[in-house]
Design a binder for this molecule. Structure first.
Ligand code: S3P
Length: 439
């Protein structure tokens, strides 16, 4: 939507009503394109998220040799042996695209240069480069970040490693690189995080083994040298994007909406569990399995909310949802304490700092520490702030949602980054009756 390219303002406009589908899941969309491009044959992808981040991964895969075309309503991806691209690969704002593709390029045994925008250049890449170094590669980076150069390597060595933090991007990069390694790679995942790579590798014909570690984590083993065979993918709706709609519905009085076709993979629904504990009226209806993933239609009605302490162990299953949860907590009665948030400091922006500054500007009682946020809600928020989004899509959407329920309108400095994950964000909310417009 054109008006999002610049300052945007949202204001209360009565109850939200209606039904809409959530946009395709971003994590699954990146992976569907990458696995399709690595596989023999043609894979059809239905429901692909057509956002800037995902389309950049598609463009990178094309320049590596894959054929990718939109044949409405599906995308067709035909794999091919990858070759060194003529130009550097550019991933814009996308940490997922860059990190997964660094692993995939290493595993495919080709070289490439990886670039990104200012936000992506400030994000750590050492977490995916270190395992590659253990595998025998010598990637070149600038101070641990982009631009990164991966050189062609004939054969990587399989590794046995333990994930230092519950990062699905790191886990996925290792698995993608390990496809090109000699021997069996074993990853110890002490804290489970999203498992779309493992599920989708299985669907593309790769065999993996899983073993519980006895303390809630697991070991993943995979032999290198396995070939991928094309597979059709049905991308479910993104629970991290649906979270903005569900949050709006929970805080705008008299609201009653349905968000259709949302992924409810247990490793992705911490936000919904948290909202339910806060008293939200959320029902997962028509639960079904679609393309190997559990999905549901989410029916949500406004309800009075109360603050809670969110267990730190829940963070991996709602890591992208803390900004919008903080907004919801501002409309709850009492204190919401969120801990275990160290990863939030290194997302598209320092999200702890951006949330604290934005909520303070909207008259909310908020405090933060290195890895925690505390919001003291009064059942309503004043609003009226002008929000610095730091070019972060989730900060932008969170504060536009706040403006839908606060006493005064909320203005964000720029809505353009929303296109990285949820291009139809404003349109969907407008069909529900929300007032979001150019400032
Ligand atoms: C993602 C993993 C998460 C998440 C990101 C998408 C993925 O990042 O924040 O939006 O698709 O693997 P981390 O792996 O850094 O936790």
């Amino acid at each position: 939507m054109r008006f999002l390219n610049g300052p945007v303002i949202s204001r209360a406009n009565g109850p939200l009503r209606g039904a809409a589908s959530a946009p395709g899941d971003k994590s699954i969309s990146h992976r569907a394109l990458i696995f399709g491009a690595l596989a023999s044959g043609t894979s059809k992808i239905a429901g692909l998220l057509e956002s800037d981040d995902v389309l950049r991964t598609g463009a990178a895969l094309r320049s590596l040799g894959a054929e990718i075309e939109r044949d409405n309503p599906v995308w067709r991806v035909t794999g091919a042996p990858w070759h060194k691209p003529d130009q550097a690969l550019y991933f814009g704002n996308s940490g997922t695209g860059a990190r997964l593709m660094i692993g995939a390029v290493a595993g495919a045994g080709v070289g490439a240069e990886f670039h990104g925008d200012a936000s992506l250049r400030s994000r750590p890449m050492g977490r995916v480069l270190e395992p590659l170094r253990m595998m025998g590669l010598e990637p070149f980076d600038r101070n641990g970040g982009l631009p990164v150069t991966v050189e062609k390597s004939e054969k990587l060595i399989a590794i046995d490693c333990k994930l230092a933090s519950p990062s699905a991007q790191v886990k996925s990069a290792i698995l993608l690189a390990a496809l090109g390694a000699n021997g069996v790679t074993r990853i110890h995942e002490p804290i489970l995080c999203r498992d779309h790579t493992e599920r989708m590798l299985g669907a593309f014909g790769v065999s993996l083994d899983f073993e519980d570690d006895g303390t809630g984590g697991r070991f993943i083993t995979m032999a290198g040298g396995q070939s991928l065979v094309s597979s059709d993918v049905m991308v479910p709706g993104d629970p991290s994007s649906a979270a903005f709609l569900v949050a709006a519905a929970s805080i705008v009085p008299d609201t009653d909406i349905v968000v259709n076709n949302v992924l409810i993979n247990p490793l992705r629904i911490g936000f919904y569990e948290t909202l339910a504990e806060m008293g939200a009226n959320i029902r997962f209806e028509n639960q079904r399995v679609q393309g190997g993933e559990p999905v549901a239609d989410i029916h949500v009605r406004h309800a009075p909310l109360h603050g809670i302490s969110v267990p730190g162990e829940r963070a991996p299953s709602m890591i992208d949802e803390y900004p919008i949860l903080s907004v919801v907590a501002s409309f709850a009665q009492g204190e919401t304490m969120m801990s275990g948030l160290d990863e939030l400091r290194i997302k598209e922006s320092d999200r702890i700092a951006a949330v604290e500054a934005g909520l303070s500007a909207c008259g909310v009682d908020v405090k933060s520490g290195d890895d925690w946020l505390r919001v003291r809600g009064k059942g309503c928020a004043t609003g009226g702030g002008r929000i610095n989004t730091h070019h972060d899509h989730r900060i932008a959407m969170s504060f536009l949602v706040l403006g839908l329920a606060s006493e005064k309108p909320v203005e964000i400095d720029d809505g353009s980054m929303i296109a990285t994950s949820f291009p139809d964000f404003a349109d969907v909310l407008q069909t529900f009756g929300a007032n979001i417009a150019a400032a």
